[in-house]
Design a protein around this ligand. Structure first.
Ligand code: FAD
Length: 391
């Protein structure tokens, strides 16, 4: 039997944050929109985001919060759809929220409210959402033909919103990258980002029995610096400072950690009467670092002597502790995928391919990666909005 042919103005692959936002905008403009979602439900990542409370945007969102081979690319979309625009939508639906820290907005209740809001808006815009739909093939002639097991969808516009490779058990696939390649678009090599780092075996032996200990540090790599918490894990380091810097880290570069930002731990010795010994040093370290970590770090980095020069060297090491991670925890634990469809291939205003008219890429599949703190969703909303306004 020939497949059922369904005509739409726009077909969107992927019913995540970016795909749903794009569908809403296109539907509001009277376009006949279909969203084809591979999983049995849309927005699974929204549901697990922000520890179940969805950090849906950040009040301090700017282009500097994003990593891309072209740092200017995201500017236009971020200016056209701002955190205030998304907040207005959240407030229209009566969803209560709060600022947790550093401009990060979370639901008071549950991430489910954000997904329900998007689904309600989709219904109002008459978007057809088809879940558990596997795309077998995409071809392009005068229009796009998207073949699934039991139907053939045809439309002049195709939006790829299939996300990145992070958390494969939630349905993440490399489909968007493969399709981009098939249609002749360049890809910046995808890599796990916002991901815990693994310590090299020697450091693991030294520190990982302290799993659970955390401290406020500055983690840096090249010119990127983040002052936030670091957490020791069973295999390495995590916590916001490490997740943030992981997005910038490429082996074999070291990650440099300031263990006591703004503090001078050897200040105790400025007092001429202070006893110059390990005991004084230990006491000073324990004032600023968690006890167990302070003791361990000093044990492994004890000064050769207590001369001014040796103490100054210790102070420098403390503010510039170099670690050489052996790798990352990979896509299983990465919050996002960096890299993706090369932004040179896309219009910054509409996200449309420069080579293939009618083809759009939005959200995480594009080589734009946000910092931790609601920026990745803001990019999904903004890029989805721009494509939805153009299709
Ligand atoms: C644990 C976790 C917590 C997070 N918390 C936050 C947070 O609080 N704040 C924040 O800003 N960001 C957070 N993120 C990142 C954020 O979830 C993503 O950046 C965002 O969801 C990207 O949106 P997207 O629409 O591009 O992709 P996704 O949300 O991943 O959606 C892609 C959709 O496409 C579907 N799909 C895949 N392949 C196909 C195919 N072949 N055909 C059809 N459909 C397909 C998938 O099933 C999925 O529904 C978190 C990520 C994780 C993993």
């Amino acid at each position: 039997m020939p497949p059922v042919v369904k005509d739409f103005d726009v077909v969107i692959l992927g019913g995540g944050a970016a795909g749903l936002m794009c569908a809403i905008e296109a539907g509001k403009r009277g376009r006949r929109v279909a969203v084809l979602e591979r999983s049995e439900r849309c927005g699974k990542k929204i549901l697990i985001s922000g520890g179940g409370r969805c950090n849906f945007t950040n009040l301090r969102c700017g282009p500097d919060n994003f990593i891309s081979a072209n740092p200017h690319f995201a500017k236009s979309a971020l200016a056209r759809y701002t955190p205030q625009d998304f907040i207005a939508l959240v407030e229209k639906h009566g969803i209560r929220y709060h600022e947790k820290t550093l401009g990060q907005l979370f639901c008071d209740g549950s991430a489910r409210e954000i997904l329900q809001m998007l689904e309600t808006e989709c219904r109002a815009a008459k978007v057809e959402v088809l879940v558990s739909t596997r795309v077998l093939e995409v071809t392009k002639s005068t229009e796009f033909v998207i073949r699934t097991a039991d139907a053939e969808f045809r439309s002049p516009a195709l939006v790829v919103a299939t996300g990145g490779l992070s958390i494969p058990k939630m349905g993440a696939t490399g489909f968007g990258y493969d399709l981009a390649r098939q249609l002749g678009l360049k890809i910046r090599e995808p890599r796990p980002a916002l991901v815990p780092l693994l310590l090299a075996p020697e450091d693991r032996g030294h520190y990982c029995d302290l799993a659970g200990v955390s401290a406020e540090v500055i983690a840096s790599c090249d010119s990127a610096r983040f002052k936030e918490n670091m957490l020791i894990t069973h295999r390495g380091l995590s916590g916001p400072a490490i997740l943030q810097i992981s997005s910038y880290w490429t082996p074999p570069a070291p990650v440099v950690i300031d263990l006591a930002p703004g503090k001078k731990l050897t200040a105790a010795f400025d007092n001429a009467h202070a006893a110059r010994n390990l005991r004084t040093l230990n006491a000073a370290f324990r004032e600023f670092l968690p006890n167990r970590f302070a003791g361990r770090w000093l044990e492994l980095n004890a000064p050769e002597s207590f001369t001014n020069a040796a103490l100054a060297a210790l102070e420098r090491r403390l503010h510039g502790w170099e670690i050489h991670p052996s790798g990352t925890e990979g896509y299983e634990k990465a919050e996002v995928t960096a890299g993706g469809v090369d932004t040179d291939e896309l219009s910054a205003k509409t996200m449309e391919s420069r080579k293939v008219p009618g083809l759009f890429f939005i959200g995480e599949v594009v080589d734009v990666t946000g910092h931790l703190g609601g920026f990745n969703f803001q990019w999904a909303w903004a890029s989805g909005f721009c494509a939805g306004s153009a299709v």
